[in-house]
Design a protein around this ligand. Structure first.
Ligand code: DGJ
Length: 718
């Protein structure tokens, strides 16, 4: 039993962790504990009060909403810290107050309407705490869904207007975790286009610390992942809380340390880019937020997240093994046609590549990026016979076929925009701002989605495609929908995402054999919402190996290597240097390998190298896709990025150490989490090691030159 109500406490247990809260006077859920699983949870609700903190007369100065560790802080009624729920009521004010009504424990989970969510398994349970605001008649249900084997608890809520007047939800945070005083750091991932998800670790200071996206996409700039850890925690030691959000639009992550040292952590839609009107009997479902707790440092957190994402978020792999793709973009850009595609196909097949992906440029009059988004029909000049014969010929070479789309966008220079200028996001009276010459379609308008479903059915319905790369190349401003009434304009951003998810589900159902790879100008929507529908995600438009290391390091902190699409390209002409080409391959095999270069024009020795690389990758592929991933040396603080993959059965281990810059030879040590009584053999040297020795530390000498790597492959022999 993962969830129980025991001696007035709600106790949620996972394999290694426990989460405990109680009810203050049967009225307010107050947090008590989140940490390692224990025999007993003896915590009492602390009696806190401080000057200037409001209190209920009934309890006197021993209980103030401002001092309690709250499971559901609401706005404007005694808690001065940041709120999770804010509702504007019929009187026009936003003072909000919910009180506990009852609880339910259900098997499985409640699925949020239209939103992505973590798939339950046979052990999944959900605790529902029902609360009521008497004034508005709103019922708030807090969900705690437990994935016990994965050590994950997810949080979300629904708000049901059971009153007689319309209300407006003005702030929606799906997860709140209040913790007692402590010396904590927080870790977030920041960046930009081509510098996504760089690691940042800061001390949690007094006051408000937050990261967010106001861009309508989870964004390159800040990722929804966040960790809060003990100041002393490192990769393998210390308490770490990890958080994430199953959503792909604007979000807000908050950490507030009050002057008494207590810390409130929140994840959700926030308030700046969100509002939702609820008429009587209407319900709002909030997206799901995810949390985990590790006493085994950052690796403990990452491994838990990775397993959870593999088992409960990602779709089942439609193609096994995952295809090694050759993508046309970085070498040909818009300059593709029937003949060029066949040249690519022949060269790819000769090298042992599995799939050719035709990127941007195959539709409308798309000869550059100024035109044709929205016109999803075949570019007649480039493909006079259509795509079906081309795909047939590509398949004759033994390759699979993938195609690029960007359904959410429209160029003003397009037939679609000429016909339906009212179908893009726009604020009346405001100039339309372009980004990459494009505008954003109004996915909050169901008519737009209907239209796109019909159009893609006509264009792709009869084609033998195996893979779709779904791109999204601009962020949203003037977020207003001509299809919504004035009082619902704040819903646009959220409704837009519901439209996006609807279209993803249409593609998934219509093309169940097709693997979707997500992309947003590189990795601008690298989030759990997209991962629900996409087997893998294009990590970044940056394919320079040195720069990639930081991107891959940050990405793998929160997301498993099996979603991380990594291509070897001809960045800076690296294919002409065998050492650099080798290093680019080593970096790319930190995730799912692919290629992105003008392969038909590459010299024979490069083609041979690539063929050999693919063969080598095949040997380790299942470890990379299904294994656990542990970091050892962090590229932010050291010249090395070292990590290892280990199979779930711990019978195979691949350790890698990458070094982009030249530097003196050093002796490095990597400690592996292996069973002490096991014995392993290292492939290259044939040397045998006990598990205990590998746990205590495996040492090796680094190479002095730039673009150097060390690789060790261990197999268990007993
Ligand atoms: C941005 C993507 O990140 C690239 O890989 C490529 O697909 C281009 N868009 C195409 O316009």
């Amino acid at each position: 039993m993962s969830i129980r109500f025991d001696q007035e406490k709600f106790i949620i247990e996972t394999k290694n962790t426990a989460y405990v809260f109680a009810l203050y006077d049967h009225r307010f859920p107050v947090h008590l504990y989140y940490g390692s699983r224990q025999q007993e949870y003896s915590g009492e609700i602390p009696k806190h009060y401080r000057s200037f903190s409001p209190y209920y007369e009934k309890y006197g100065m021993v209980f103030s909403p401002d001092c309690a560790l709250s499971e559901c802080p609401f706005f404007g009624h005694g808690d001065f810290r940041t709120a999770a729920i804010k509702i504007r009521n019929q009187d026009g004010n936003s003072v909000t107050s919910f009180e506990y009504e009852n609880y339910e424990i259900i098997k499985g989970r409640r699925t949020p309407n239209g939103l992505p969510f973590a798939e339950p398994d046979e052990n999944t349970q959900t605790l529902i705490i029902n609360m009521k605001d008497d004034l508005t008649g709103c019922k708030l249900s807090l969900f705690y869904t437990v994935f016990a084997d994965a050590d994950i608890i997810t949080r979300s809520f629904t708000l049901q207007n059971q009153g007689t007047q319309t209300v407006k939800l003005e702030k929606a945070m799906s997860l709140t975790l209040d913790i007692e005083e402590g010396d904590f750091d927080y870790i977030t991932l920041y960046g930009g286009h081509a510098t996504e998800r760089h690691y940042q670790r800061e001390h949690v200071g007094f006051g408000m610390q937050s990261v967010c996206s106001r861009r309508g996409a989870s964004s390159h700039q800040f990722n929804p992942f966040m960790a809060v850890c003990e100041h002393t925690a490192d990769e393998d030691h210390g308490l770490v809380y990890g958080f994430n959000f199953v959503y792909s639009g604007s979000f807000l992550n908050e950490i507030e340390k009050d002057p008494n040292g207590r810390i409130r952590i929140q994840t959700g839609l926030g308030e700046e880019n969100f509002g939702f009107l609820l008429a009587p009997s209407q319900t709002f479902d909030a997206p799901e937020a995810v949390m985990t707790c590790s006493q085994e440092g950052l690796n403990g957190m990452s491994v838990r997240f990775h397993r959870f994402i593999r088992q409960h978020i990602l779709p089942k792999d439609p193609i096994i093994p995952r295809p090694v793709v050759l993508n046309t973009w970085e070498a040909s850009y818009f300059d593709i046609d029937q003949e060029e595609m066949l040249r690519y196909a022949k060269a790819a097949a000769d090298c042992g590549i599995d799939m050719l992906v035709m990127d941007d440029g195959w539709f409308g009059k798309r000869d550059d990026d100024t035109t044709s988004l929205g016109d999803w029909f075949v570019h007649k000049k480039k493909f006079p016979n259509g795509l079906a014969p081309l795909i047939r010929q590509i398949k004759e070479t033994g390759l699979k076929f993938g195609i690029w789309i960007e359904p959410e966008m429209v160029n003003p220079h397009s037939e679609l925009y000429q016909k339906h200028p009212e179908w893009c996001l726009q604020a009346p009276g405001r100039e339309l701002l372009l980004s990459r010459h494009q505008l954003v379609l109004d996915f909050a308008n169901p008519e737009v989605i209907d239209y796109l479903e019909d159009l893609f059915e006509q264009t792709l319905g009869d084609l033998d495609i195996d893979y779709i790369k779904w791109d999204m190349n601009r962020h949203m401003c003037s977020v207003a929908s001509p299809a919504l009434p004035a009082e619902q304009q704040d819903e646009t951003s959220f409704r837009y995402m519901l439209g996006v998810y609807r279209l993803f589900r249409w593609f998934q159902n219509r093309f169940p054999q097709v693997m979707i790879e997500n992309c947003s100008g590189g990795g601008g929507r690298y989030d759990l919402g997209m991962m629900k529908y996409s087997t893998q995600i294009w990590t970044s438009d940056m394919t320079g190996p040195k720069q990639r290391i930081l991107i891959q390091h940050g990405s793998a902190l929160a997301y498993p290597p099996c979603v991380m699409s990594c291509h070897v390209s001809d960045f800076d002409g690296l294919t002409s240097d065998p050492g650099k080409l080798d290093f680019a391959f080593r970096v790319a095999t930190g995730g799912v390998l692919g290629y992105e270069m003008k392969l038909p024009d590459m010299p024979e020795n490069v083609k041979e190298t690539i063929a050999a690389q693919i063969q080598e990758y095949r040997r380790y592929e299942s470890l990379i896709i299904n294994g656990d991933f542990y970091r050892v040396h962090n590229p932010v603080d050291s010249p090395y990025y070292s990590y290892y993959f280990i199979s779930p059965e711990k019978d195979e281990l691949l350790a890698v150490c990458l070094k982009a810059e030249a530097g003196a030879t050093e002796k490095l040590t990597m400690c592996f989490q292996v069973p002490e009584d096991a014995r392993y053999i290292e492939e290259a040297t044939g040397k045998e090691y006990t598990g205990r020795a590998l746990k205590e530390g495996f040492s090796f000498e680094t190479q002095p030159e730039a673009n150097a790597y060390s690789l060790f492959h261990f197999t268990r022999i007993s």
